[in-house]
Write a protein that binds this ligand. Sequence first.
Ligand SMILES: Nc1ncnc2c1ncn2[C@@H]1O[C@H](COP(=O)(O)OP(=O)(O)OP(=O)(O)O)[C@@H](O)[C@H]1O
Ligand SMILES: O=C(CO)[C@H](O)[C@H](O)COP(=O)(O)O
Length: 311
Amino acid sequence: MSRPIILGIVGDSAAGKTTLTRGIAQVLGPENVTIICTDDYHKYDRKQRAEIGITALHPDCNHLDIMQQHLSLLRTGQPILKPVYSHTTGTFEAPVYVKPNKFVIVEGLLGYSTRAARDCYDVKVYLAPPESIRTSWKVKRDTQKRGYTEEQVLAELEKREPDSEQFIRPQRQWSDIVVSFYPPSDDINNTNGHLNVRLVLRPTIPHPDFTKILDFCDNTMSAIRLGLDRDMGKPVDVLEVDGHATLEQVNKLEHLICSDMPYLKNVCNREVNPEIGKVAGTTGETIQSYPLAITQLLTTYHILKATQIYQ
Ligand SMILES: Nc1ncnc2c1ncn2[C@@H]1O[C@H](COP(=O)(O)OP(=O)(O)OP(=O)(O)O)[C@@H](O)[C@H]1O
Ligand SMILES: O=C(CO)[C@H](O)[C@H](O)COP(=O)(O)O
């Protein structure tokens, strides 16, 4: 029997979850996707958290039991009455009735923190940019969209670090894919908006056969690289795509991902889908990121594979 396919996107605050979620929803067709942000399951509002002295990253600051119940309901195609947390006001709003579409993307801080929650996903992604990049993203986003000053954001990040270490980063181990956008050099202000991506591919789900990459990118200096490594002690494949990879190189990689997936083949066509890999740069300008495009496509590939298995 058909049921919704659930993608998890987990990572620390401002790690890029919403950006990746929107890109994948765009590829799948927004009308086919239900997006759940687990920030809505916070137990306390912004003022209460400050009074109690608890951070939003702590499991005790979130209704994880209700989040888990809702994930189980969504997985079986049932509707939920979802709480709503507003980042604009830092308070809760009236709950909303949510009926799952064909695909459900659940993005947030603590999505993989319990076994029962983890069991609900078909595909699990963890976002892990270097902390310097995450800090700059959080400062920019929270000052522009959430009413904080830069000093407040930096102080909050410092206060949150113990909880990030204890509760957020360990969730990396449960993911099928770890995504790290990173600057090509140590100077994060001089990336020209073009970040590379490092994709850690665990053997927990079957990935496309990337060994064919070696036919067109055969040395370690190439802008697209495939290698072997260990992640949290476990053997993994690693695919890296540089921000300065050429369109020709990226097209070959995209076709490799899309070749056995008819729907993705259409999506891969930039004329059909010019939005793939688009992201807002530091000054609001739109940047075309090939590393982001590949990440969106690979994740979509796995969602569609899960569809073939379960629908
Ligand atoms: N791949 C990327 N390339 C360039 N900039 C990015 C990328 N991903 C995210 N950003 C920047 O970082 C900011 C924060 O990203 P985003 O809102 O996606 O994070 P998040 O993990 O959803 O955050 P939160 O959990 O705090 O809501 C964005 O506003 C965007 O400017
Ligand atoms: O870590 C976060 C994920 O988005 C937020 O800081 C958390 O959800 C609390 O939101 P706000 O800072 O808007 O009160």
